[in-house]
Design a protein around this ligand. Sequence first.
Ligand code: 2BA
Length: 108
Amino acid sequence: MKLLIAIVQDQDAPSLIDVVTERDFRVTRLATSGGFLKAGNTTLLMGVDESRIDELLEIIKENCESREVPTSFVSMSIPGDTYMPYPINVQVGGATIFILDVEKYLQY
Ligand code: 2BA
């Protein structure tokens, strides 16, 4: 068994969860925040048999969209020790995925 951890955008999470549960995967949803944007995102924990990892990755790819997100102003150091704020756009997602080996899977 593998543990697939997927960090996705909040907008994509509901439909992704619907599809994975319909396809008989199990999933736990965590409300998380990204360190860079400090905005909410969703982390999904999915315990999955190794033989179905590719199927699950395909579902995630189909249901998670990459988006450009405008950030709040970022301070940038310029010569003379002053700071000038300016806006930037950041490309976020579709999904950031980690796949870990599961040593044991127990349910009581
Ligand atoms: P955030 O940390 O809020 O990052 C949002 C987006 O900002 C990132 O999109 C990336 O495009 C950009 N970004 C992040 N750190 C940056 C930096 N130091 N300099 C410039 N741009 C930066 P994604 O790469 O698609 O990541 C989306 C979210 O997935 C992240 O939200 C974070 O919550 C998570 N994530 C991504 N890579 C991770 C990693 N290696 N470990 C843990 N969480 C990760």
